[in-house]
Design a protein around this ligand. Structure first.
Ligand SMILES: [Zn+2]
Ligand SMILES: [Zn+2]
Length: 131
């Protein structure tokens, strides 16, 4: 099965387990790494049989592509829910990283992403940690 199809299937399978916060955030119920939801491409043995490491993808990127379309080349995905929530402590305590609600995700250029981060810092005094 093509990798993208595997990722999509795995995303859909977990969809029923997702908790929705009052903010509308969908919390990824699967594995979490540095605060971000993670989806593995496939069984570890399959990758090992091909002599390579198993790839993982951030769940919110899979969600974006499923619902909003392909992420344009060179674009980054901004968690708008995080950018707009001045009360979020950011860093590892940030729950927004686990959010896979496609309405909360926006593809932006690196410049725009940096701009939004700085803008948020000016408002909140909280410096987001770049993972
Ligand atoms: Zn969210
Ligand atoms: Zn946050």
């Amino acid at each position: 099965m093509p990798v993208q199809q595997t990722l999509n299937t795995r995303f859909y399978r977990r969809l029923v387990e997702i908790d929705t916060l009052s903010s509308g955030c969908w919390l990824w119920p699967g594995q979490v790494l540095k605060g971000y939801g993670i989806i593995w491409e496939g069984p570890i043995l399959a990758a090992a049989a091909e002599g390579r490491a198993r790839k993982k993808t951030r769940a919110h990127r899979v969600s974006y592509e499923l619902f909003n379309g392909p992420i344009p080349e060179g674009m980054e995905i901004d968690h708008v829910c995080h950018t707009n929530d001045d009360d979020c402590p950011a860093g590892d305590a940030c729950l927004h990283r686990r959010c896979v609600n496609p309405d909360h995700l926006e593809a932006v250029s690196h410049m725009e992403n940096v701009f939004r981060r700085d803008e948020r810092f000016r408002r909140t005094g909280v410096r987001a940690v770049k993972p």
